[in-house]
Ligand binder design. Structure first.
Ligand SMILES: Cc1cc2nc3c(=O)[nH]c(=O)nc-3n(C[C@H](O)[C@H](O)[C@H](O)COP(=O)(O)OP(=O)(O)OC[C@H]3O[C@@H](n4cnc5c(N)ncnc54)[C@H](O)[C@@H]3O)c2cc1C
Length: 598
């Protein structure tokens, strides 16, 4: 059975030294988050993940969810684990105290989410989607909706879902047919068939708050005519207790490749009572709050899967004996060397680890940006953080999940044929991880969002802010001889990204086809520069450490690996992004100039 130990030392290092959170004590929750409090929270969360969630991961996958007499049942052990989770107060951690939360910074959700995914991705899905539903109602709900639905969602007593997808309407929500009719009492009657809805029914919570997109009569066609409704499984009575069962029928639990303990269902709404959230026909804007929240969450899912796969592959590589190291026998007392002595095995493990450690740093950094964007007093600082979050959301969702799927496959590869056999658990990681590239907007759609929208809105302000940050750290790195080669490699990749960005920004609406053709390569290049930037910052900390520190030495070594061995791929990606449509003249930017030497 796979094992897992939460990377607590890394979290502490990243929060203290990489983010320097002591500089943000003016933000809500940060002053209370001293090192002891933080360590206590993370250690307890780690224990819950390692001792309660991990043991249910394989059994949950084998058993799956089932529909019994109209009610979805989760695998054995899930309801009990979920009530322990709620009793421990975990769902409420990041929410405002006014809504029944504990008021912890959003930053703290990042490591907790990662740990939960590593231990049990199916279980974490119920929690993530519930928290995203609460965030959406907090942002767009009426006072009544907030009073009735927020406290039980925040505490985790009720679950939440997002209902967008229909059989004929996946990426293109403009094709959606589910409709809502106004009723005389001010509520609505929602009718339609949704598919692939995570957690629309289960036995973990006493009620489920479905956020459903539907069309009101007389609305414009396409995405402009979509409204958002709360359609709960049980209608809330006046006193907040559970009232009448709503007209929602689960048609079936989807038979899936992975995350089999997560209840993904086809569901019918048949004149179900719904409450309009926000303004008519403005539902997609409200739903974007939920989608952006979950997109960052899916990126962290990728990281969590890559981390657990890495830990198991490293343990296996240290024990599995096959052949002798090319440089000569390494373990003379053994009949063969552990496979970790083979450079190609080390290559695979290093690729995974070079992603995990920088992706974790970047994910935590976005957690900090989230808190700044919501709570910083200075409006310009809030705007800057918001811009960076908007820019990085598609990149984190898609690049993290693309890399993590490659990584779980590499980790399986380290096991040879044993990786392909169920009992080792590696094939489950591959199956579970695969969905992260698909849901919450496929990675191709994320690439279009980044290249087709985020690069050009507000006159290109978003990428300009990001590039300025990277430039700033490149300048700092100039003062440290030990990392100047690393900085140079990143400078070259950044130069290509900047020129490619300018090229995209110069293309007009009539050239959207060309922009789309190179978008996935652009996104990968962008993700690579973003991770390279975090490696440069980490290397800078490590290189300036006055004491002998094995943990930091390893960071410096991995920074070298990433920036010298992996980042050269940037040139290929830049060429591909351009050649995506064979634009005459555009390849000019690849020609060496004084500023950029390729
Ligand atoms: C396990 C699981 C859980 C899910 N949970 C939920 C949930 O809780 N709620 C919910 O509403 N949905 C959920 N989904 C649905 C999921 O979000 C959709 O499957 C996804 O958005 C893609 O839609 P689609 O499957 O219809 O694919 P399509 O939209 O048909 O896409 C097919 C291919 O075409 C590409 N494509 C389509 N349009 C474009 C475009 N404009 N530009 C570039 N490429 C494009 C896509 O990238 C993809 O490669 C879930 C799905 C699964 C499998």
């Amino acid at each position: 059975m796979p094992t897992y130990r939460a990377p607590l030392t890394d979290y502490t290092f990243l929060i203290d030294r990489f983010l320097e959170t002591h500089r943000y004590r003016h933000l809500p929750g940060y002053a209370e988050l001293d090192s002891d409090t933080r360590t206590a929270i993370l250690t307890e969360a780690a224990a819950f993940c390692e001792d309660v969630l991990l043991p249910l991961n394989q059994s949950g996958d084998l058993e799956g969810c089932r529909l019994e007499n109209g009610q979805v049942r989760t695998p054995r052990g899930f309801p009990n684990a979920y009530s322990r989770f709620v009793r421990g107060g975990w769902p409420a951690l990041p929410f405002d105290t006014a809504d029944g939360g504990h008021g912890l910074p959003h930053l703290m959700s990042v490591p907790i989410s990662e740990m939960m995914v590593s231990a049990n991705m199916s279980f974490s899905g119920y929690v993530d989607i519930t928290q995203a539903a609460a965030t959406t109602i907090h942002a767009h709900g009426s006072d009544w909706q907030k009073r009735v639905f927020l406290p039980p969602l925040v505490s985790g007593r009720w679950g939440g879902t997002m209902n967008l997808t229909e059989a004929h309407a996946g990426t293109d929500l403009g094709l959606m047919r589910t409709r809502a009719e106004p009723a005389s009492d001010g509520t609505y009657r929602v009718t339609g068939a949704k598919i692939f809805i995570t957690g629309v029914d289960h036995d973990l919570t006493e009620n489920i708050v479905n956020l459903v997109l539907a069309r009101l009569p007389g609305g414009p066609p396409g995405t402009k005519g979509i409204s958002l409704f709360i359609v709960p499984k049980f209608l809330p009575a006046e006193d907040g207790s559970l009232g009448q069962r709503n007209a929602i029928t689960v048609i079936g639990v989807e038979h899936k490749m992975g995350v089999r303990a997560s209840a993904t269902c086809a569901v019918n709404y048949e004149n179900a009572v719904g409450y309009l959230v926000g303004n008519p026909h403005d539902g997609l804007r409200a739903m974007f709050t939920m989608m952006n929240d979950t997109r960052l969450g899916v990126g962290i899912q990728g990281l969590g899967m890559s981390e657990v796969a890495s830990q198991n592959a490293r343990a296996y590589a240290a024990e599995r004996l096959q052949g002798r190291a090319p440089a000569g026998p390494a373990a003379l007392d053994l009949p063969a060397d552990p496979i970790v002595y083979h450079p190609d095995v080390r290559r695979m493990l290093s690729v995974i680890e070079a992603f995990n450690q920088s992706a974790r740093a970047l994910a935590l950094w976005t957690g900090l940006q989230f808190d700044i964007a919501h709570h910083e007093a200075d409006a310009e600082a809030r705007q800057a953080a918001d811009d960076l979050l908007a820019l990085l959301t598609p990149a984190i969702k898609a690049h993290f999940t693309d890399c993590s799927f490659e990584n779980v496959n590499l980790a399986l590869q380290c096991f040879g044929g044993h990786g392909y056999i169920r009992e080792w658990g590696m094939e489950q990681f591959v199956r579970d991880c695969r969905i992260t590239q698909i849901y919450e907007g496929t990675n191709g759609v994320q690439a279009m969002d980044l290249v087709g929208r985020k690069l050009t809105i507000a006159g290109g302000r978003l990428p300009a802010r990001f590039f300025a940050l990277v430039e700033q750290d490149l300048t700092v790195a100039n003062d440290t001889a030990a990392i100047s080669t690393l900085a140079n490699n990143l400078r070259i990749a950044l130069g290509m990204l900047r020129q490619l960005t300018a090229c995209v920004q110069g293309l007009g609406q009539s050239e959207r086809e060309r922009i789309a053709a190179g978008s996935s390569d652009y996104l990968r290049l962008f993700g690579m520069v973003a991770l390279g930037w975090t490696w440069l910052k980490l290397a800078n900390i490590a290189a300036n450490e006055p004491h002998d520190n094995a943990f930091l030495k390893q960071k410096l070594a991995l920074a070298h690996f990433y920036l010298t061995r992996l980042v050269p791929e940037a040139r290929m990606l830049a060429e591909r992004a351009v050649l995506g449509d064979y634009l005459p003249g555009v390849t000019d930017f690849l020609k060496p100039t004084d500023a950029v030497q390729i």
